[in-house]
Structure formats: structure tokens, C-alpha cells
Ligand binder design. Structure first.
Ligand code: ADP
Length: 513
């Protein structure tokens, strides 16, 4: 049976609801990589306290399983394991590390279908998107397996005859990797791929909503022959995250932290890392503008808008947050966007024809609901959606299109992280650029224009780390991902991604003559 419900009208019979509930269940026994233990020093382990926490399927609210709720003493063991593994991992050749990473990549490719199912199960995203995430996530391991051999130093032109001067790059040591739930696979591979290629070992703390994907990746890393202690995964529930996170920042055995998550937590971790002058990479929240100028191809812009806004139900840091539409095409764009939005199919992502899953947890649903209510209370117009889709499940929210936006509305000021498209009308290019840049965030920005002079001008003026020109999906292993302003520090992917995990050592050879 095809399982989907059009967003409007929301009509569903009792019979369909019962069948839906049945179809929502997935046979967990068929998922051979679903581990309910953490992975430390090459072993599947429980928390020393014996405590566990439950992980729920956001589409159904059903229990997927439980994992160890680790605390300070557990993370210290993991850090020590990574520290002990560092001398041997960093001293094998880059080529050998590349070969092991390639084996890990091959296994992740071979088992992509199952990993994608686990992603859908715990993150709720539609299966096609999970497959896309796994392909994307795997591409970082493929990329860094090759990049390992290209971590080159430099031979300098010495100004003194009796001296030769050389710069070499060396791995920083143990890397702490703290990751979010919205890309449970790719946020790990993007960091761990680079760290391992550079010669670092790592301790990963995945998000409490999505630990199973991280643990599945450990299984495949072990099968690939990556030695014990090189990758460690510590699972903790939210109340333990601050203690575990603090240790990952402050332990003298940790050399650097790479974090993806909220700006609020990122700022805290940045402060904690200051005490030990740790290397820090932060990928934080965005507030992406998506500008459509009068000269744009509107249909392509609508395609890009749907891809950027509704991927993972709007729960991505590069998701378009504010649509800025020029006055000459505003009405047409809004009408076309609405047509596409009302045809999005909500449901359990495990069903192949669903393209909108649930929000990750109740807090996120409440947040989105609050943002829409605030906008409506302050005079916004709801073009479509505007409510929870409780007929489908507790954590579903209707794709929502808002116009008549004012600058004091939360939807204008904050990262929405949900399926709410906000359209703002503008007249001039300067106005669009000013609105784009009037935020402390600066991760991604998008614009659609067929005026070549405008394209270069606006791309340069946007205060963001990444720009999509006539394109709504921009991420790639070959490209440098990262933000400016309060959206973060450092870059992931590309050859720049490696730089986060190496330091430059200057070696001076003297008295040569
Ligand atoms: P979100 O609000 O989207 O869950 P967070 O930034 O809160 O984003 O979470 C991202 C990651 O940071 C998760 O792995 C989470 O457990 C972790 N985290 C949350 N709070 C802290 C903290 N105080 N210290 C370290 N890690 C934390």
C-alpha cells in the first residue's frame, strides 16, 4: 500500500490510520549493524554505571533500542584508548592509512542500504534522503583516503647559506568529534575521514537522538581493519552531554575538537577549549538567505527552494531560512512554491513515496509551532500549512508557507530548522543584500539570477562561507564546507578539511657548510 498523505487536505480514515501504524514498523532483527553497546578500544562496551537510555523512532514514537548512557569515567577510558592508539596510527604511512580508509569506504558502500535504513529509523528522514546522505557521507571517506597521501610539506628558500628550512605537517593527536542528529552518518565521516587520514585518532560523541548510525559505522571500521582505539564512540543521553563534552574539551590528552551543532553549544565548547588552547573546528547554525531576482528562471528557483528548504524537513544548517523575492516575480514565485509544497507527501520515511518525515523530537516540534504562532500573531499570512500534522504522527508538522513577514518576527530572526518557508518581498539588489547580511550567522546563502554582472557582485557581497548561485544543493566532499561570523570556524571537506587535524612544524637544518 502506498503510504502517504497529501498535506492539504488532511483527510484520513481510521482504516488507513491502522494500516499506517502497521506499515510504520520495521523488522529490526534484519538490521545486522544495529548495536546497543558503545565502541571503545575495539570493544562493544556498556557504561560503567550500567545505565542506558532509550532511542525512539521519531516517525512513530516507538522504541528502537537502548544504548549506554556514558559519563565522565567512560569518556576518560575512551580518550585514553585513543591516546594509546595514536603513536602507532600516526606512524604508519599515509598510504597505509589511505588503504584502510578505502576498505572502510568499500564496506560502507556495500552496506549503504542498511545504513540508510538505520538513519531513517532514528532520524526520520525519507529513505531516499538517507541513501543520499550515506552516499554523501561515504564520499568523504573516499576523498580523504586519497587526500592522506597529499599532506605535503614545503621546502623553503633559505636566506642563509648554511641553513635549510623545511615545513612538515603532523597530526595534532586525539580529536574529539561531537556530532548532531540531522546527518547522523555524514557528520561523522566528514570529520573522522579527515582526522584519520591526517593520522589522528578520535573519540566521537554522537547525538543522543541518533547513536545507532555511529555504532554501525564502528562495526564497519572494525571489519575494515582500522585498529582498536583509533575510532571510539561514546554514547550519552542529553543530561550527561555537558560532562562528557567538557572532558572532551578539557582533557590534556585531547588535542582538538571538531563540533557540529547549535551556536549556543558551540560557544560553550569554544570557551571550554580555550583553557587548554585546543584546536577548534565549529560548524554551527545558519540563517541562510535565498534570493530570487527578477531575471531568474522561476521554475529552477522553485526547484532549488524545495530542495534547500525541505530536505530533512528543513532540519539542516544550510537550509534556506529566508526567501527574499524581488517584487516583479513575488506573486508568481509564491504561487508556484505553494503548489509544490502542498504536494509534498508526509509520512514514515521508510515508505518509498514519502518525501517529508517527522521533526526529530518534541522540542523541535514545539519550537517550530512557536515560531509560526509568533509570526501569525504579528500579522503574517499563512499561504499553506500552519499546523501540526497530528493525523500522521505526534512529531509531524505541515509544510508551511508564510508571507507578510516583519523584521521582529522569530521566523525572520532565528534559524527555523523546520518545514516553514518564509517569503519576504524586496525591490532593489542593495535591499536584498542588506537583508541577507543583517544576521550574526553566515553559513550558506543562495541566489537565483541570470544577470552575469549581478551574479559576481552579489556572490562577493554575501556574508557567508558558501554561496549557491542558481543552485540549492551545494555540499560535496571536494568543496570546503563552513561558515563565517557566528556560524563557525574552520572548513570540512576539500583539502582544507585535513588542515583542521594537522599542525605545521618548522624544521631548521643548521651548520650545513
Ligand atoms: P540540537 O539543539 O540541534 O540538538 P546541539 O548543539 O544541542 O544541537 O547538539 C549537538 C551535539 O552536541 C549533540 O551531540 C549533543 O548531545 C551535544 N551537546 C549538547 N549539549 C552539549 C554540551 N553542553 N557539551 C557537549 N556537547 C553537547
Amino acid at each position: 500500500m502506498s503510504l502517504y498523505i497529501r498535506v492539504l487536505p488532511l483527510v484520513q480514515s481510521d482504516k488507513l490510520l491502522r494500516m499506517t501504524a502497521k506499515a510504520f514498523k520495521m523488522d529490526l532483527k534484519n538490521l545486522s549493524f544495529l548495536h546497543n553497546k558503545a565502541y571503545v578500544n575495539g570493544e562493544w562496551v556498556s557504561a560503567k554505571s550500567g545505565k542506558t537510555f532509550n532511542v525512539l523512532n521519531p516517525a512513530t514514537g516507538e522504541l528502537i533500542g537502548d544504548v549506554p548512557d556514558m559519563d565522565l569515567q567512560d569518556v576518560q577510558v575512551a580518550i585514553k584508548a585513543a591516546h594509546d592508539a595514536f603513536p602507532s596510527w600516526s606512524s604508519i604511512t599515509a598510504k597505509e592509512r589511505g588503504i584502510l580508509l578505502r576498505k572502510w569506504y568499500d564496506l560502507m558502500e556495500k552496506n549503504a542500504e542498511e545504513i540508510a535504513k538505520i538513519v531513517t529509523l532514528e532520524a526520520g528522514k525519507p529513505l531516499a534522503e538517507s541513501k543520499g546522505e550515506v552516499a554523501y557521507g561515504n564520499s568523504f571517506v573516499d576523498w580523504f583516503a586519497e587526500e592522506a597521501r597529499r599532506i605535503h610539506g614545503e621546502v623553503l628558500q633559505s636566506p642563509i647559506k648554511s641553513k635549510e628550512m623545511v615545513l612538515i605537517k603532523q597530526p595534532i593527536g586525539v580529536a574529539a568529534l561531537i556530532t548532531p542528529w540531522n546527518f547522523p552518518q555524514a557528520m561523522i565521516t566528514r570529520k573522522a575521514g579527515a582526522a584519520l587520514a591526517a593520522g589522528c585518532t578520535c573519540v566521537i560523541k554522537p547525538a543522543e537522538d541518533t547513536p545507532f548510525t555511529a555504532l554501525a559505522l564502528c562495526d564497519l571500521a572494525a571489519q575494515a581493519g582500522i585498529p582498536k582505539g583509533v575510532i571510539n564512540v561514546v554514547t550519552s543521553d542529553r543530561p550527561n552531554a555537558p560532562t562528557v563534552g567538557k572532558e572532551l574539551c578539557e582533557s590534556p590528552l585531547i588535542a582538538g575538537l571538531s563540533f557540529t551543532g547549535s551556536t549556543e553549544v558551540g560557544k560553550l565548547l569554544y570557551q571550554q577549549c580555550a583553557s587548554g588552547i585546543k584546536r577548534v573546528g565549529l560548524e554551527l547554525g545558519g540563517n541562510a538567505p535565498f534570493i530570487v531576482f527578477n531575471s531568474a528562471d522561476i521554475d529552477k528557483a522553485v526547484d532549488g527552494a524545495i530542495a534547500s528548504k525541505f530536505r530533512n524537513c528543513g532540519q539542516t544548517c544550510v537550509s534556506a531560512n529566508r526567501f527574499l523575492i524581488q517584487d516583479g516575480i513575488f506573486d508568481k514565485f509564491v504561487e508556484k512554491l505553494k503548489e509544490r509544497m502542498i504536494n509534498l507527501k508526509l509520512g514514515n520515511g521508510i515508505q518509498s513515496d514519502v518525501n517529508q518525515g517527522p521533526l526529530i523530537n518534541k522540542a523541535q516540534v514545539n519550537k517550530v509551532e512557536g515560531i509560526v504562532k509568533d509570526a501569525v500573531d504579528k500579522g503574517a499570512t499563512v499561504v499553506c500549512g500552519g499546523q501540526r500534522a497530528t493525523e500522521i504522527g505526534e512529531q509531524f508538522y505541515q509544510p508551511t508557507l508564510l508571507t507578510n513577514i516583519k523584521t521582529d518576527m522569530l521566523c525572520y530572526l532565528e534559524e527555523i530548522f523546520g518545514p516553514v518557508a518564509v517569503c519576504i518581498k524586496f525591490s532593489s539588489e542593495d535591499e536584498a543584500v542588506t537583508i541577507s547580511n543583517c544576521t550574526k550567522r553566515g553559513l550558506a546563502g543562495y541566489f537565483y539570477s541570470n544577470d552575469v554582472t549581478q551574479v559576481w557582485r552579489v556572490a562577493k557581497k554575501m556574508e557567508v562561507g558558501m554561496v549557491g548561485v542558481n543552485e540549492g544543493i551545494i555540499s560535496s566532499a571536494e568543496a570546503a564546507f563552513g561558515g563565517i561570523k557566528e556560524s563557525g570556524i574552520g572548513r570540512e571537506g576539500s583539502h582544507h578539511g585535513i588542515e583542521e587535524f594537522v599542525y605545521v612544524k618548522y624544521i631548521c637544518f643548521g651548520n650545513l657548510q
